[in-house]
Design a protein around this ligand. Structure first.
Ligand code: NAD
Ligand code: UDP
Length: 341
């Protein structure tokens, strides 16, 4: 029988790509999502790509009864990949309680439900945001952690809770995956990132400018101490990130302990370089204006991915051009994102 893994936030952007990667390797994902930031259509798209329609529970990780029911109905679940959460930095400043409730309390519910069910392997979606404003780049896992907004603190707190919990329960395996900047889409153009309202992140914003949904991009800051003055980030193709989860499930999850990995490429690109890559991939102009720095932004952020390479036998292989190409394929095929349900 194939390995079963519970995927919280399963219809979301990164989780949906991870589900495809898992199914392709014979793992059976079971999804739970409250659809607060995703579409049910994702399920049929996963089926289209893999031939498998995953089992899906619509509901919240804040619902303890639902979590108990899922584990009771699937006693073979061996591990949990925990993607569910709220992720908009600006919104987290306005609604901190909602962020702590969903991200922190939701994770505690999940861990309690796992404990009651005897499931002891957890892979958590953390973020490079826990490094705050790093003293230097590239960033190693051993760097001090901090945060600059409630979203970042919620990730920081969950990491803290999980580390303390694992220390008290040494037979558990907890893997904290610190993602850098996930971008791109499944190359088929059938799965993608579908932000609601005005995109907060660079790449979906560029894609919407290129398709004509928005007039121009504001480049936040052109006076940073970087080669062209704009912010530099470690963009990682979401399919590489999905493969990273599979590697964590294979190599880290079976080992008791608390495991921490950066998932990035180790290569930084500037905002202007991303615009150029996108213009090349789409054949369209991406008009932009140079605007003031966005509060809370840092100049540079990129990873040392060596630990993941060494221990998870994983590394990102997809290039900036592939990230831009696949984002464009998705945008062209789904100009308004997933259709409303
Ligand atoms: P996403 O919004 O596409 O996916 C999150 C999913 O969780 C959504 O489908 C949403 O409906 C669901 N969800 C939210 N609250 C829920 C709840 N209470 N119960 C059940 N489902 C709930 O976001 P994503 O970009 O795929 O991010 C996935 C995870 O990775 C998040 O935890 C995010 O913080 C983390 N992360 C994302 C990035 C990024 O840039 N995208 C970077 C670092 C970390
Ligand atoms: N950025 C920008 N214009 C936008 C959105 C983002 O210039 O409309 C810049 C931002 O200042 C940062 C980079 O793009 O240097 C990546 O930002 P994003 O929000 O995608 O990710 P972050 O690294 O902030 O999590």
């Amino acid at each position: 029988m194939s390995k079963k893994v519970l995927i919280t936030g399963g219809t979301g952007y990164i989780a949906s790509h991870t589900c495809v990667a898992l199914i392709e390797q014979g793992v059976t994902p079971i999804l739970v999502d409250d659809l607060s930031n995703s579409s049910k259509l994702v399920l049929s798209r996963i089926q289209e790509l893999t031939g498998v329609l995953p089992v899906f529970y619509q509901g919240s990780i804040l619902d303890k009864v639902l979590l108990a029911k899922i584990f009771a109905e699937h006693p073979e679940i061996e591990a949990v990949m925990h993607f569910a959460g709220l992720k908009a930095v600006g919104e987290s400043v306005e609604k901190p309680l909602a962020y702590y409730q969903c991200n922190v309390a939701g994770t505690l519910n999940l861990v309690e439900a796992m404990q009651a069910a005897g499931v002891k392997q957890l892979i958590f979606s953390s973020s490079a945001t826990v490094y705050g404003d790093p003293a230097s780049v590239p960033i190693e896992e051993s760097f001090p952690t901090s945060a600059t907004n409630p979203y970042g603190w919620s990730k920081w707190m969950v990491e803290r809770c999980l580390m303390d919990f694992q220390a008290a329960q040494p037979d558990w395996s907890i893997t904290l995956l610190r993602y850098f900047n996930p971008v791109g889409n499944h190359p088929s153009g059938r799965l993608g990132e579908d932000p609601q309202g005005i995109p907060n992140n660079l790449v979906p914003y560029i894609a919407q400018v290129a398709i004509g949904r928005r007039e121009q991009l504001s480049v936040f800051g052109s006076d940073y101490n970087t080669p062209d003055g704009t912010g530099v980030r470690d963009y990682i193709h979401v399919v590489d990130l999905a493969q990273g989860h599979l590697a964590a499930l294979t190599y880290a999850s079976p080992k008791a302990g608390c495991h921490i990995y950066n998932l990035g490429t180790g290569q930084g690109y500037s905002v202007l370089e991303m615009i150029q890559a996108f213009e090349k991939a789409s054949g369209r102009a991406v008009p932009y204006v140079l605007a003031p720095r966005r509060p809370g932004d840092i100049a540079e952020c990129w990873a040392t991915p060596e630990k993941a390479k060494r221990e998870l036998h994983w590394q990102a292989t997809r290039t900036l051009d592939e990230m831009a190409r696949d984002t464009w394929t998705w945008q062209e095929n789904n100009p308004m994102g997933y259709e409303p349900q």
